[in-house]
Design a protein around this ligand. Structure first.
Ligand code: ACM
Ligand code: ZN
Length: 764
């Protein structure tokens, strides 16, 4: 290699440079997740072609990692004292200190894992070219600094669903590499579900022959009716050899792999292979569409023997303390109609099917406890009574976590509101099709895994949090990375960094720097950093438009005539008064070019814009959009997503909205929309009542049925109400919107309260 021969020259050059007192350019310090404390000094440690490492066996994994990392960057690593690993028993299991001075680097930790995290930090202080082995420089100036660091939470996870779509072993390793780079320590591998069984179980060959494959896959979104299928066989499974390879690979990076074997629900693939595991004994097919299915395991002897056999093989492969047994979304329809299930409820003295689920889970817990393992399950395992030693993974909000922690059970936080990376991350119209929801980067970053209802004492049951990636709508690796990054980076900071050190703007600037590392690691990621957030604000009955963007040192340029902004367009300096219907376009520019997408906002200046609006119930905090004022801000919600800033969501409430026009105004039409995404538990109301208040105290009331909208092209199902030819003078308009009620049997979320989602109320 050429640098060996030119090494003398490098030293010489260095000396020359330092004689000239040229300021030394050091690597930037921009580490994710943010360490607890960083003290940077003026000098630098010069890493050159012959930097040496001194390590002992305690630090085998971490020092080998560093060695091969440096070697791939062209450093010839010898034994010596430039970089030293030192045992410090005062540090916690995952803590480390990294002390970089002019003449040496010291890594202190009590365990190899702690030292591994020091190495991950050091890695981020090196040029990104080290990632690909393409570093060609002769030296690196690492800033002298002291970092003291330790995680906030012991459970720092990422989940991946490989049932709905499957990913290669190489890709799984790449995913684990990213988990480890971000100092996370758990990979939750969702291996079985209705649409495919993905782990080889030698005792049950039909799991490989039948359960691992489906005959076709739903095309488009679940809400697109009628459902269409591609008719292509899809599937596969990980052999036990491959599973061992993945688990060993993860172990070398201090990542624990927790397998999930779903029970009693999400079991249709297994039942397709072995119909005797279901209540009816009838042949079913591996599911081809998404959702919740009624064919779940029947709690009979065959099922328990099957699951114990499956778990025996699983335990051989996975040394993790936790085994995830699923437990979510198990409809009780089959159990209600099964003679065996009903007899079991009677003979065991159980109250209902929920207690039967608890009986099921407790039985499996006993089995796993007898093998020295603990169960973890989705929060439905609370229903009918929690198994004695279970850990709860709270996904339907945080109330499951609160209930579990208050009864002394450990919890892992994965609420949909902050942890579901299968949700949309931007309301841009060009986002790839996603399941729904809206979880932008900032919201992930702002997540606090500790529910506020918990006392100090109860808080210790919160082990940590996890990002979940369900793959119904994520068929390929590139797309999966797009959903995972950069939200996974934000999550790493949620679970690792001290909340006092968290600052979104600072995170964003470190993320901008981190993009180069993701690029060179060939990790695809969403980049919404150069986008514009626009908001209509009203003050004293006047409306203004405000633009914001995240990154520093850039300019926002805009137009008001519907044309594309360019380098000549007006620079935004203060909020723009809006007095008529306007089409705004804006984009972020540096001095040379446009960086992000053009932001476009059509404002319809109707009679309620700027009026006073009140509501009897606050929208649900996950779907509060831009607040109730957003219902009369002149901006309609997205035609494809209810999770944007304009739609408001209410869970089960009857709502009453009052619009006070301030004075009697002549109005002729009122229109609004209700989302009707039944697959996501959202139902338009059956009818609404509108009360009109005139100035002299007179009022009258009208009741309206809702019709399905068909006069607008919209991607999702939604119901429109448009009242015309009113020709009245009113001061106040009151909309009374009763909730749809309980979701009917046979539908997604049956038995739960329905959601109501409402959009702009346009008054003319
Ligand atoms: C889940 O998202 N069904 C746990
Ligand atoms: Zn049954």
């Amino acid at each position: 290699m050429h640098f060996k021969t030119s090494f003398g020259f490098i030293i010489l050059l260095l000396t020359v440079l330092s004689c000239q007192h040229k300021p030394i350019e050091a690597q930037e310090v921009a580490i994710i997740p943010q360490p607890n404390s960083i003290n940077i000094s003026k000098s630098v440690f010069v890493l050159n072609r012959a930097t040496s490492i001194n390590s002992e066996d305690t630090f085998k994994i971490s020092s080998d990692f560093l060695k091969s990392y440096l070697e791939s960057g062209g450093i010839e690593v010898n034994s010596g004292n430039d970089i030293t690993f030192i045992v410090d028993k005062n540090l916690g299991k995952e803590a480390y200190s990294l002390n970089i001075s002019e003449d040496k680097i010291e890594i202190k930790a009590s365990t190899d894992q702690g030292a591994f995290y020091a190495v991950q930090t050091l890695r981020q202080l090196l040029p990104v070219e080290f990632e690909s082995g393409s570093f060609e420089g002769s030296q690196v100036n690492i800033p002298a600094l002291v970092i003291e660091d330790a995680p906030q939470f012991t459970y720092r996870g990422m989940h991946l669903d490989v049932s709905r779509h499957m990913f290669s072993v190489d890709f799984i390793k790449k995913y684990i590499d990213a988990i480890a780079m971000l100092k996370m320590n758990t990979f939750h591998w969702h291996l079985t579900d209705d649409q495919g069984w993905r782990i080889e179980i030698k005792k049950y060959p039909k799991l490989q022959e039948i359960a691992a494959y489906r005959d076709g896959t739903l095309v488009g979104h679940y809400s697109d009716q009628p459902h269409q299928f591609d008719g292509k066989k899809y599937g596969g499974y990980y052999t036990q050899e491959e599973v061992k390879e993945v688990v060993a690979y993860a172990k070398e990076r201090f990542v624990t792999v927790i397998p999930e074997i779903e029970m009693p629900g999400h079991a249709q693939a297994a039942i397709a292979a072995y119909p005797e595991l279901g209540c009816t004994g009838e042949q079913v097919k591996v599911a081809q569409k998404w959702g919740v299915f009624e064919d779940i395991y029947c709690p009979n002897q065959k099922t328990f023997a099957f699951l114990e056999d499956v778990l025996d093989e699983v335990l051989e492969l996975f040394p993790s303390e936790f085994i995830h047994i699923g437990g979510d979304e198990a409809p009780k329809t089959r159990w209600k109609n099964c003679a065996h299930c009903q007899a079991l409820i009677k003979s065991e003295g159980l109250k209902d099917e929920h207690e039967l689920q608890s009986y099921f889970i407790t039985k499996m817990e006993k089995y796993l406890n007898s093998k020295g393992r603990q169960i973890i399950g989705w929060d439905e395992i609370l229903e009918g009574g929690l198994a004695p030693n279970a850990t709860v993974m709270s996904w339907r909000g945080t109330s499951g976590a609160v209930e579990a922690a208050k009864s002394g059970h450990n919890v892992v936080m994965t609420p949909t509101s902050h942890c579901y990376f299968d949700y949309y991350q931007s309301d841009g119209e060009d986002e790839p099709l996603a399941i729904g929801g809206f979880l932008p980067l900032e919201k992930v970053y702002g997540f606090n895994p500790i529910p506020e209802e918990l006392t100090k004492e109860e808080q210790k049951y919160v082990l940590g949090a996890q990002g979940n990636i369900w793959t119904e709508y994520i068929p390929i690796e590139d797309h999966l990375e797009y959903m995972a990054f950069p939200r996974m980076l934000a999550m790493s900071e949620v679970v690792w960094s001290n909340p006092e050190n968290k600052n979104y703007k600072d995170f964003v600037s470190r993320l901008e720097h981190f993009h180069k590392r993701l690029d060179i690691l060939d990790i695809n990621y969403a980049n919404h950093l150069y986008e514009i957030e626009g908001d209509l604000v009203s003050e004293d009955g006047k409306a203004f438009f405000e633009f914001k963007t995240l990154t520093e040192g850039k300019t926002i340029r805009y137009t008001l005539d519907g044309t594309e902004p360019n380098l000549e367009s007006e620079i935004y300096t203060e909020r723009i008064p809006i007095t008529k219907s306007t089409k705004l376009n804006a984009a972020v520019f540096n001095s040379e070019k446009q960086l992000g997408k053009t932001f476009t906002q059509e404002m319809v200046f109707h009679k309620a814009v700027g009026a006073k609006i009140t509501i009897n119930k606050e929208p649900h905090k996950s779907y509060s959009g831009s607040g109730v004022e957003g219902l009369i801000n002149g901006i309609s919600g997205s035609d494809s997503r209810y999770g944007d800033k304009e739609w408001l969501g209410f869970w089960g409430d009857d709502i009453e909205i009052t619009i006070d026009l301030g004075e009697e105004k002549e109005i002729n039409t009122i229109e609004t929309r209700f989302y009707n995404g039944n697959g996501q538990w959202i139902y338009a109301p059956r009818e609404i009542v509108i009360e009109y208040l005139l100035q002299d105290g007179m009022s009258f009331t009208d009741k309206h049925n809702l019709k399905k909208s068909n006069d607008k092209i919209i991607e999702f199902d939604c119901k429109l109400i448009k009242i015309e030819d009113l020709e009245i003078k009113v001061e106040k308009i009151i909309l009374k919107i009763p909730n749809f009620g309980t979701i009917p049997e046979g539908k997604q979320g049956a038995g739960n309260k329905a959601w109501t989602f409402i959009d702009e109320i346009i008054v003319n």
